[in-house]
Design a protein around this ligand. Structure first.
Ligand code: NOJ
Ligand code: CA
Length: 694
């Protein structure tokens, strides 16, 4: 003990000449850069308490001296911003950007030609910093040394999924003491302290760089772990460059993380020009769930080369879905499995996919013309199975075909495990890549920017994580990048009841997600198929109540929402279906108002005025984990003086996800801002409410 005191005293004597502090506008967060001990370091305090202790900055390079010590701060400059900007679509129309900035130059003590800047922006609800490199010739980064060294790590719980892993970002969250984070961890990763401090680590504006995961080196010290390129290096750069922003959200409440716009504020403004009218938020149905529950197939032939007899993407079936979409006011119909390449083992045969040649039982012109007459758009699908080069070779032709057919949105897919995306290098050699390695990050942006030329928006599945690039490219309309509803179909272990009670505080911080909510029939083929003897569990289907399926439309933000189930399953339950028909996907205001990570969330949103939406209605979605709970929500968010009809879709008194998921009560009540909504959420239940302005 005495030794420790002596060491600390010695350190405190060597306080550097350059301690540069930048605080949030409300002073709750203070970030300090220092060159003490000739290291480039930063520390952060929150509410006057150290949250991140001295944490190193730096890099190592191939065939060049590392930049991690012998630093001196030689220059600083400051800036402050308080402005507003408007999203073309989103969870919140107007976003405030209020931050203080510092730019710090770290010079190498002896080699003056080698230096970098760190630009930091501190907001009231978090901060971001990035490295800015001048032109120092070619740079090949072999390690990023950025640390996030959290204090009091024995008092913190972490919510995380693996990074750079076999199933990409499609994992259920692990809840562990921070000190027991294992292996490489994906971001956003969330940390909750016993004293209520909530933290999430992520990055913003991931462009031409490797995705950043984290590795816990000791107690609370998390170190950046870049996703490797196929050649084993991390990032190749020439000329001046900036890294993505390393971002940390901080708040007193779990909901502070959800309500933060730091990530979007750290991204560059829209690059697609003023006319964005071709980017269309909306709702869709699709020839999709039937494949996942084995009622139809993507390809025409099975693995043995025999006709399956139940090919999904036929002209007839598409027309049927379009009739259904038109009848109920959906904007589009997604059709998967329309193009040649799905027969046999489509996951392994990525090189066989054609993006222009349809199967002979799918007439793309007939269906898109049919849809046009009904006011329903065909939604395109490009599954690549991770064949990047095969896709890039055909991408423009694929977009041109769809554009000719009036398609405005394409869902893409990159089903390939782990480091298995296939990219041919300049010499024609096939390279195997992670979803977030530098070249794949660039591929995704190339895909989005090229699609914009054809007035097409992209919904990427098996995508690199979202880092807020929808601000710069508003046609990157949604992505998957998490364990979606598809896992509940029975081909994998279903999502556990707590999954959706963790997602708003982790994956959804990167927002928006094409989760594909709205399964209404829980009794399809694989339910209780007796897999327990294989270590599988009972209930191979959504482990939610029906009301929770509805709550997902409000809780899990996306500008495009699918009604994922089969048309006949909706027609069998028209009353709860009404909520899906009513709920908008574009919002004026959004706010999480109650909740705890891994337990529950109460989310409210006000509709944005557009097409059939008046802009006056409010919506509420709340959901819980495996615990039933009573929520009490003062309706103070409603417009003062207005009366609303609250259309409430809640769990019935006997509802339970496991044995009584369909028990739902739908009731209407007049309310004003002075009322309180008291509702019981069943085990893995939820509630969805439309407050219709009268
Ligand atoms: C995985 C996607 O997430 C899913 O939605 C899609 O149906 C399949 N890949 C096939 O492309
Ligand atoms: Ca997927």
């Amino acid at each position: 003990m005495r030794l420790l005191i002596v060491v600390l005293a010695a350190l405190s004597l060597s306080v550097s000449a350059a301690d540069i502090t930048v605080t949030s506008p409300d002073k709750s967060i203070a970030m300090t850069f220092t060159d003490k001990n000739e290291l480039a370091q930063y520390a952060v305090s929150f509410n006057g308490k150290t949250l991140i202790q001295d944490s190193k900055l730096g890099f190592t390079f191939l065939k060049a001296q590392p930049l991690y010590r012998d630093f001196k701060v030689t220059e600083i400059s400051r800036d402050s911003v308080d402005s507003e900007w408007e999203q073309p679509w989103g969870e919140q129309r107007v976003i405030r950007d209020n931050h203080n900035e510092v730019l710090v130059r770290f010079d190498h003590l002896t080699d003056k030609a080698r230096y970098f800047f760190v630009r930091a922006r501190v907001f009231n609800d978090g901060f971001g910093f990035r490295y800015e490199f001048p032109d120092q010739g070619e740079k090949v980064i072999t390690r990023e040394l950025t640390e996030f060294w959290f204090t009091d790590s024995h008092k913190a719980t972490a919510y995380w999924i693996p990074g750079q892993a076999r199933e990409r970002h499609e994992y259920e969250y692990r809840t562990t003491p921070l000190q027991q984070m294992e292996g490489i961890v994906n971001t956003p990763a969330t940390i909750v302290y016993d004293d209520g401090t909530h933290v999430a680590i992520h990055e913003a504006a991931l462009v031409d760089f490797a995705g950043m995961s984290l590795k816990k080196e000791q107690t609370g010290r998390l170190v950046a772990k870049l996703s490797p390129r196929a050649d084993g290096t991390m990032v190749r750069k020439s000329g001046a460059f900036n890294t993505p922003w390393r971002m940390v959200l901080v708040g007193d409440e779990a909901t502070d993380l959800v309500n933060s716009y730091v990530m979007l504020n750290l991204n560059e403004p829209n690059k697609l020009g003023n006319d964005l009218s071709w980017i269309e938020p909306g709702k869709y149905v699709g020839i999709w769930w039937c494949m996942h529950i084995d009622l139809c197939t993507w390809g025409q032939l099975d693995g043995a080369g025999k006709p399956t007899g139940i090919h999904g993407a036929t002209t007839e079936r598409t027309k049927h879905y379009m009739d259904f979409a038109a009848k109920y006011g959906f904007d589009g119909v997604l059709v998967e499995g329309w193009n040649v390449g799905w027969d046999g083992d489509w996951i392994a045969n990525s090189e066989l996919f054609s993006f222009t040649q349809a199967y002979d039982d799918f007439d793309i012109k007939t269906v898109s013309d049919y849809g046009k007459k009904l006011g329903v758009r065909l939604i395109g699908h490009h599954e690549t199975s991770g064949g990047i080069t095969n896709y890039e070779a055909q991408m423009e032709d694929g977009f041109a075909l769809y554009q000719k057919m009036g398609v405005r949105q394409i869902k893409t897919g990159y089903v390939a495990h782990g480091q298995n995306l296939k990219r041919k290098d300049a010499d024609g050699v096939m390279r195997y890549e992670f979803t977030d390695s530098q070249d794949v990050v660039n591929h995704f942006i190339h895909n989005i920017a090229t699609a914009a030329k054809y007035n097409i928006s992209i919904n990427t599945h098996e995508s690199v994580k979202d880092t807020g690039l929808r601000r710069t490219y508003p046609n990157w309309i949604a992505r998957e990048s998490a364990r979606g509803q598809e896992y509940n179909s029975g081909w994998g272990a279903p999502n556990q009841p707590e999954h959706l009670a963790i997602m708003p505080y982790t994956r959804m911080l990167a927002s928006p997600m094409d989760f594909t909510p709205g399964i209404f029939d829980f009794e399809y083929k694989r339910i209780n198929f007796g897999g327990e003897e294989h270590g599988l569990q009972k209930h191979m289907r959504p482990q939610t109540t029906l009301a929770k399926q509805l709550a997902e439309y409000v809780v899990l933000y996306s500008p495009i929402q699918m009604a994922a189930d089969l048309p006949e399953n909706y027609e069998a339950k028209l009353e709860p279906f009404q909520f899906i028909l009513d709920v908008p996907t574009d919002w004026e205001v959004s706010k999480a108002i109650q909740g705890d990570v891994g337990e529950y969330i109460v989310q409210i949103r006000k509709e944005r005025k557009a097409r059939q939406y008046s802009g006056n209605d409010w919506y509420l979605g709340a959901l819980t984990d495996e615990q039933a709970r009573d929520i009490s929500v003062p309706l103070t968010f409603l417009d003062a003086g207005k009366t609303y009809e609250a259309q409430i879709y809640r769990d019935g008194d006997a509802a339970h996800w496991a044995d009584n998921p369909y028990d739902i009560v739908i009731e209407k009540r007049r309310v004003t801002a002075t009322d309180t909504l008291n509702v019981r959420l069943a085990e893995s239940g939820g509630v969805a409410v439309r407050f219709k302005a009268l």
